[in-house]
Design a protein around this ligand. Structure first.
Ligand code: ZN
Length: 75
């Protein structure tokens, strides 16, 4: 996978995704991604983007000020 920003090689790894929702924030840990070795850009596959959207929708329904979700447990 190549970085969409600088074109360098992006390696497989894990990241923490943070989504601001106005009255709260959803933190999703252990999200599989590709991370650029040069500029630290994080790239998600289409599959992961879809799952993240679903997790955020879920979190909205039980909205707390801060929701911390482990991706590996809900995906
Ligand atoms: Zn890059």
């Amino acid at each position: 996978m190549l970085c969409i920003r600088c074109g360098a090689t992006a390696e497989k790894g894990y990241t923490t995704d943070v989504t601001e929702l106005g009255d709260g924030v959803v933190i999703i840990r252990n999200v599989p991604c590709y991370k650029c070795q040069e500029c630290n850009e994080v790239i998600y596959t289409a599959d992961v983007v879809q799952k993240l959207e679903r997790i955020v929708e879920m979190a909205k329904k039980v909205m707390q000020e801060v929701s911390i979700i482990d991706y590996t447990k809900v995906a």
